[in-house]
Write a protein of this length. Structure first.
Length: 272
């Protein structure tokens, strides 16, 4: 089988484990039979900061170019970025992409909402979970319609932290907004990711859930990547087989990879 992990973070990310060096992540991928590893360190955009505030691009991207050559024939290293909420500072978001033509792949994500505060820090006893997720979908839709990306990442991200706080929302009330988000993405010939990190956390499911992944497929979505969202070598490739099975059950017969921002498609084998 052709296994790809298209969402990983190294020690260059502010929340990456200290031992999550590029080499350690690549060796873990090789050990687990992964064919392509996208390293997508955080490039979160802040209202009043230059993009270089969050990530040492001057060392990261040359190191990734070197790793591409060093692991050729053993592992395809994909130079990626998780570009967070560029609407916070559109000029810096555009400047980052312009300065780094070596990028193969860009995950578009929203982590921070009001006042550059990551949803991770929200107190859901004070923030209404329904209002938070409704606002989050509005931000994702703005991103999807107006900014540059290859796939939109973890579209149910706030639900991860709601679950950890003991809260849940009825996703059915958001289906119209989610379907609209999908249709915006599909019209632009972009895609979404199936983020598998929820299996390692309280929510115990994928982001989006299988129900929402099936909706994406039914809307005509075909571009789909799988990602562990690993922040340490131990989690590289975690639950990729389960992710492929879920994608197949939701109607997908191919998964997507990228090179120089151009998608390619690889058949999913039904080994259930």
């Amino acid at each position: 089988m052709y296994f790809t992990d298209y969402h990983t973070h190294t020690c260059f990310s502010f929340d990456g484990a200290p031992h999550a060096t590029i080499d350690a992540m690549c060796r873990a991928a090789i050990d687990r039979g992964i064919s392509e590893l996208a390293i997508t360190d955080h490039m979160d955009i802040f209202h009043l900061q230059k993009y270089s505030y969050i990530l040492d691009c001057g060392h990261l991207y040359p190191d990734l170019l070197d790793a591409k050559d060093r692991y050729a024939g053993k592992l395809k290293v994909v130079i990626g970025a998780e570009l967070g909420q560029p609407m916070s500072n559109p000029r810096e978001g555009r400047r980052f992409l312009s300065d780094h033509p070596e990028l193969d792949f860009v995950i578009g994500s929203v982590h921070q909402m009001d006042n550059d505060l990551d949803v991770y820090y929200y107190n859901f006893h004070k923030h209404d979970p329904v209002q938070v997720y409704d606002q989050y979908l509005d931000l994702l839709t703005t991103y999807a319609s107006e900014y540059d990306y290859d796939v939109i990442g973890h579209i149910t991200y706030p639900l991860r932290y709601m679950a950890e706080a003991g809260f849940a929302v009825n996703i059915e009330q958001f289906l119209e907004k989610i379907e609209n988000l999908y249709r915006v993405i599909i019209r632009r010939d972009r895609g979404i990711e199936l983020n598998l990190s929820g299996f390692r956390q309280s929510m115990q499911t994928t982001m989006p859930t299988p129900r929402l992944l099936k909706l994406y497929h039914d809307c005509g979505g075909r571009i789909l990547t799988l990602g562990s969202d690993a922040h340490r070598p131990e989690d590289v490739g975690a639950f990729l087989r389960a992710g492929q099975d879920i994608a197949y059950e939701c109607g997908f017969r191919e998964l997507t990879t990228f090179e120089k921002r151009i998608p390619s498609f690889h058949r999913i084998m039904d080994l259930r």
